[in-house]
Design a protein around this ligand. Structure first.
Ligand code: ADP
Ligand code: MG
Length: 232
């Protein structure tokens, strides 16, 4: 089966008088239904890796196939469209619009994907229901707890039914109990068929994946658990 993500020598160097090799050329295949965790210390290239995988940044070398499509051959507008339809993002800092309700935050994410207004609203309600927030759809972010805000952000990420959910330290701003419940939600989505990649610097969080990678000084590597997973 075509991998969701196929990296062939994909790397990213930030230019400058002292270039930063944020992601060293990497080969990687992520398959449908994987729950990949990537662990590494601060500054090791985790966000760079996820932003490349999520089509937010273009690699400076290598070939990246997303669902078999050579993303290097796409124009910016085509990459944006592909990202909007195939990829959901969850960030550490939620990034919700402060003056919009939960349902508006989720629905607005589909504005530029050309989803008609009624359909946006339906999908937003559906997604908020999936994350357990159907009773809070009219709430403003400031009236929600950290865990609830991250659930709204997850609803926003999944509302357009992406193939891939990319999470950059999604529990980094949450207390332990709330973090566990948000991780539980991501596991539920994975069980329901979502392909998930999650970045963390917390070994306990990394252990929740079905496959583990490490990144250190820009070098991506499979962990022992990951190799066992790949052999299954
Ligand atoms: P992490 O998410 O693991 O903390 P990042 O991917 O954000 O790491 O950063 C990896 C390396 O790339 C760091 O050395 C960081 O300083 C550098 N870096 C990140 N973004 C840029 C940028 N836009 N320009 C130059 N260097 C950058
Ligand atoms: Mg980061």
């Amino acid at each position: 089966m075509t991998p969701v993500i196929a990296f062939h020598g994909v790397g990213l160097t930030y230019p400058g008088p002292r270039p930063v090799h944020a992601l060293r050329p990497a080969d990687l295949a992520v398959h449908r239904g994987d729950f990949v965790t990537i662990i590494g210390p601060s500054g090791s290239g985790k966000s760079t890796f996820l932003n490349v995988a999520g089509l937010l940044d273009r690699p400076t070398e290598g070939t990246y196939l997303l669902d078999g499509t050579d993303t290097g051959a796409l124009k910016d507008a085509e990459r944006t469209a592909l990202r909007g339809s195939r990829i959901g993002f969850v960030f550490q800092a939620f990034h919700l619009l402060a003056h919009r309700s939960a349902v508006e935050n989720v629905a607005l994410s589909m504005l530029y994907a050309g989803v008609p207004r009624r359909r946006r609203d339906e999908r937003a309600r559906e997604a908020l229901d999936r994350v357990g927030l159907s009773h809070r759809i009219a709430a403003l972010p400031s009236t929600l707890s950290g865990g609830e805000r991250q659930r709204v952000a997850i609803a926003r990420a999944i509302a357009a039914h992406p193939a891939l959910l990319l999470c950059d330290e999604p529990t980094g701003n949450l207390d332990t109990v709330t973090a566990a419940s948000v991780l539980g939600l991501l596991e539920e989505l994975h069980t329901a068929g979502m392909t998930v990649m999650l970045i963390t610097h917390d070994p306990a969080v990394a252990a929740r994946g079905t496959r583990g990678l490490t990144i250190r000084d820009g070098v991506l590597a499979e962990t022992a658990a990951g190799r066992a997973g790949a052999a299954r």
